[in-house]
Design a protein around this ligand. Sequence first.
Ligand SMILES: NC(=O)C1=CN([C@@H]2O[C@H](COP(=O)(O)OP(=O)(O)OC[C@H]3O[C@@H](n4cnc5c(N)ncnc54)[C@H](O)[C@@H]3O)[C@@H](O)[C@H]2O)C=CC1
Ligand SMILES: CC(=O)C(=O)O
Ligand SMILES: [Mg+2]
Length: 371
Amino acid sequence: MIVGTVREIKNNEFRVGLTPEAAQELVAAGHDVLVEAGAGQGIGAGDEAYAKAGARIIPTAAEVFATADMIVKVKEPQAGERAMLREGQVLFTYLHLAPDPDQAHDLITSGAVCIAYETVTDASGGLPLLKPMSQVAGRMAIQAGATALEKANGGRGVLLGGVPGVLPGKVAIIGGGVVGFNAAQMAAGLGADVTILDRSAEVLERLGVHFEARAKTRFSNRANLAACVAEADLVIGAVLIPGAEAPKLVSREMLSTMKPGAVLVDVAIDQGGCFETSKPTTHAEPTYVVDGIVHYCVANMPGAVARTSTYALGNVTLPHVLKLAGLGWREALKRDKHLLAGLNVAHGKVTCAPVAEALELPFTDPADVLG
Ligand SMILES: NC(=O)C1=CN([C@@H]2O[C@H](COP(=O)(O)OP(=O)(O)OC[C@H]3O[C@@H](n4cnc5c(N)ncnc54)[C@H](O)[C@@H]3O)[C@@H](O)[C@H]2O)C=CC1
Ligand SMILES: CC(=O)C(=O)O
Ligand SMILES: [Mg+2]
């Protein structure tokens, strides 16, 4: 198969879909690998590293899109990229379609076969291709929040860890999955006063056993959420209902109960965000203020630590890339129901139930498009 990767063009996105090491594995398996010139620059991988791995360097993204049977990317295709997709071409990348009707429309009309990293599952009910980026984003959420809390950045001037004689800052983390766990680790490590809210008893128990006295856990209902948000210096939004648009858990009204200069970091923004006042921002301009509360809503947080993130992502995507390239998408998805769960759009049909529901589009069972 001809497998292509292109330079990411989303604002301040420096990750890349294939590392030189991944290209080498694909070439060793007998595939032809096309890499847009400069695609690996953001992780310090020059064209010569890809050429040495056996890949062909192609001057433009347009040529890669025109030739490759499968495009492996990181972020959802931007409008110009969507226009280059072809009927039957495989696209393997993050899509986050539920809050993005324009992208969904373009993918449907392209006729391409679009497999989303974030809805691929595993035997234990996890999301293995989302997990490494959630680990990165969870850890980064505390760094980002701590910076936003600085007075010069619009924050209330609180040091999360406090100092001897002065209490630490309060961090409320809504959602105790991968993002929430990693955020809690960082916040507890700094010495902050951490509370994690979740509505899964199993998740709360696991967190309680792990963190013991270093973090509190609290069931996520309206009353507890309102109390934690009102008290917090920093709130991290880390909920997920796989494939679906994030529930809006913090209303604009609740902002008036918060301390002026407190910070909201909405990691769940790629699924539409879990605060009513969230709107996607970029690394170039990551924050804005609503009613005196600083909002950080960067939809591609891991892009800022591109080297760590690219290798962490590549470790989990490569086995699937090899499978798709070796067997073709139909056979690969027939043999692997967890990869099949990643199929969001194929030949003009929406094959992911939560996406179809969120966008009010007809749903087609993915098994029906496998032939
Ligand atoms: N902005 C960015 O750059 C990135 C964003 N993300 C996003 O972060 C979000 C979280 O991802 P993960 O931690 O991997 O998901 P996860 O599935 O591991 O955890 C989500 C948690 O939310 C909980 N939850 C669901 N509804 C809730 C509610 N009403 N109240 C409290 N908890 C609730 C679930 O029980 C679960 O424990 C996703 O939207 C993901 O796409 C992930 C990586 C990067
Ligand atoms: C998961 C995701 O959206 C990202 O890594 O950018
Ligand atoms: Mg994202």
